[in-house]
Ligand binder design. Structure first.
Ligand SMILES: [Zn+2]
Length: 75
């Protein structure tokens, strides 16, 4: 399961693993393409320690809502 915030409806949605369309590994993060149960679109969420560190370094700049990363719910 994965908790996401839909950038369209602004609601928090608990998403089943089967709704994760693809997982792409990047050097700094993992990009999850999620089939959103709230609006039906596919959103991309980025997770990962180094991505979080990068975000922390950019804390002075407000992050765009669409780029907001969410942690998966611990199994
Ligand atoms: Zn959505």
């Amino acid at each position: 399961m994965l908790l996401i915030t839909c950038p369209v409806t602004r609601s928090d949605e608990l998403v089943a693993d089967r709704r994760i369309r693809s997982v792409v590994n990047h050097p700094t993060h993992v990009a999850l393409h999620v089939d959103c149960p709230a609006c039906g679109a596919v959103h991309v969420y980025r997770t990962g320690r180094r991505w979080e560190a990068t975000r922390a370094a950019r804390a002075a700049q407000p992050a765009a809502p669409a780029h907001r990363a969410q942690h998966p719910v611990p199994a």
